[in-house]
Design a protein around this ligand. Structure first.
Ligand code: NAP
Ligand code: HSE
Length: 443
């Protein structure tokens, strides 16, 4: 049986998980693929570090270049994270004609086009299933399973750490910082956890999904992102009373004009956003809790499809890496180096819709002086901006100088809403800046 030797760069949460998974299910994979996977070397920063997964010392080295260049290594697995050395690792391997498997969404977001070009130029492939939604095989869904569909919506809960934090805040009233520390201990969070909580990890992921769905590589700088750092237990409670759950939702939504265009989809203008969102409690995504991710993909032929699974952590991510190892190993076995190229641009003039034009409903929480005329002043500003209020709640039982006032707002675009809020925040009766969270109805 043909043997494929792996050079793994990174032996942390994911690298350790992949090593362990190859030991556990390598024989099963060999019987399915007719290829035997063997870890030939693993580069780490510190060979003496105590590791949760025991790696034979003979495999460990700090010399990643030696692993990549080793003629015995057929396939390079980049699991170190970051965008600087990781880029060099991937480019070096591709230039040597070695296929690369990576779980590194930050790398793809920043340097995807360069890496895809290198893969094409040097006739080696690049696989990245583990880069989005942990154990959910969502890259295969878009590249293969739904290849015959025009994708009209993607809604994703794509960051396990954020979902874990929001879930525990909702059900346990847990403290943000304490839950984040648990997410780090469990191996869910990025080495730099602000990437998770400020929404940039989800931004990297939704950029990859949007690019695959719409055929132009989305510039990450054009993706509007808001993190979960400003979400308070008060908003989680009021959202619950209104029948909603707050989730960090990543959205890909082509404007209707583009969705209805001809087969080439030339000129697609697509909303690509990441922000905390009120999800109706009767929608399936409201029930996706803890580290789980879910992605709802709507195709023009298939309709709605839903994918659910662990979005972060050692084993879930290792499972996705194994799937890429199988594809890459089969390429090597069959000599089909680019049966599925990593990315095929097929939209000549796609563009991301600027956030100012993005339309949604809103939840507004204001901290106001409880005095006659307050609501009228706020409503007048919204009315002049042609922004409609769908409901108003002033919860009873609040004491002190100010009280919360919750407004649910009809569809409005971000720019108009921003201007109206700036005026509302300047009112003397408004005691602190308004909290604005979007509301999604999944139409
Ligand atoms: P991690 O636990 O911090 O592991 C990083 C590994 O890279 C460590 O073993 C580290 O060595 C090694 N490393 C760093 N710099 C190196 C260098 N210059 N030379 C050699 N080795 C080096 O990170 P992780 O959680 O496994 O994440 C790895 C990648 O997978 C990231 O791109 C991440 O975004 C992605 N990912 C993670 C998850 C998850 O749930 N954790 C899920 C999906 C994707 P030492 O061990 O000696 O420090
Ligand atoms: N830090 C990431 C998350 C890891 O929490 O989703 C999986 O990509």
């Amino acid at each position: 049986m043909q043997q494929v030797n792996l050079g793994i760069i990174g032996g942390g949460t994911v690298g350790g998980g992949v090593f362990q998974a190859v030991q556990r299910n390598g024989a099963l994979m060999a019987s399915r693929l007719g290829v035997c996977l063997r870890v030939a070397g693993m580069a780490v920063r510190d060979v003496h570090k105590k590791r949760a997964v025991r790696i034979p010392p003979a495999l460990l080295t700090t010399n990643w270049l030696g692993v990549v260049r080793d003629p015995q290594v057929h396939l390079v697995v980049e699991l170190m994270g970051g965008t600087t050395t990781a880029r060099t690792v991937a480019l070096t391997a591709l230039r040597l004609g070695k296929p690369v498997v990576t779980a590194n969404k930050a790398l793809l977001s920043a340097h995807g086009e360069e890496l895809f070009a290198a893969a094409q130029q040097y006739g080696a492939n690049l696989y990245y299933e583990a880069s989005v939604a942990g154990g959910i095989p969502i890259i295969k869904v878009l590249r293969e399973g739904l290849i015959g569909n025009r994708i009209t919506r993607i809604y994703g809960i794509l960051n396990g750490t954020c979902n874990y934090i929001l879930t525990r805040m909702k059900f346990e009233g847990a403290d943000f910082a304490e839950v984040l520390a648990d997410a780090q201990r469990l191996g869910y969070a990025e080495a730099e956890p602000s990437l998770d909580v400020d929404g940039h990890d989800a931004l990297h992921k939704i950029g990859i999904l949007a690019s695959l769905a719409h055929g132009f590589w989305v510039n990450p700088k054009q993706i509007h992102v808001e993190g979960i750092g400003s979400i308070t237990s008060l908003d989680i409670k009021f959202a619950g009373q209104l029948g909603y759950t707050i989730k960090q939702l990543s959205i890909v939504k082509p404007l209707e004009r583009a969705a209805n265009r001809g087969p080439a989809m030339d000129g697609s203008r697509v909303q690509v956003t990441v922000y905390p969102t009120l999800v109706p409690n009767d929608h399936v995504l409201a029930s996706v809790n803890h580290v789980f991710n879910a992605v709802l993909v709507r195709g023009d032929i298939v309709g709605d499809t839903l994918y659910y699974g662990r979005g972060a952590g050692q084993d879930a991510t290792a499972s996705a890496v194994l799937s890429d190892l199988a594809d890459a190993a089969l390429d090597l076995k069959c000599g089909t180096k680019s049966r599925i190229p990593p990315f095929v641009p097929h939209e000549r003039a796609g563009a991301v819709v600027p956030i100012g034009e993005v339309v949604s409903r809103y939840y507004l929480r204001l901290d106001v002086v409880d005095r006659p005329g307050t609501l009228a002043r706020i409503a007048a500003i919204l009315g002049r901006a042609r922004i409609g209020i769908s409901s108003v709640i002033q919860p009873e039982g609040h004491e002190g100088d100010s009280v919360p006032l919750i407004l649910m707002i009809h569809d409005a675009n971000h720019a108009a809403m921003g201007r109206a809020l700036a005026r509302i925040n300047r009112l003397a009766v408004v005691k602190s800046p308004a909290v604005m969270i979007r509301v999604e109805n999944f139409e």
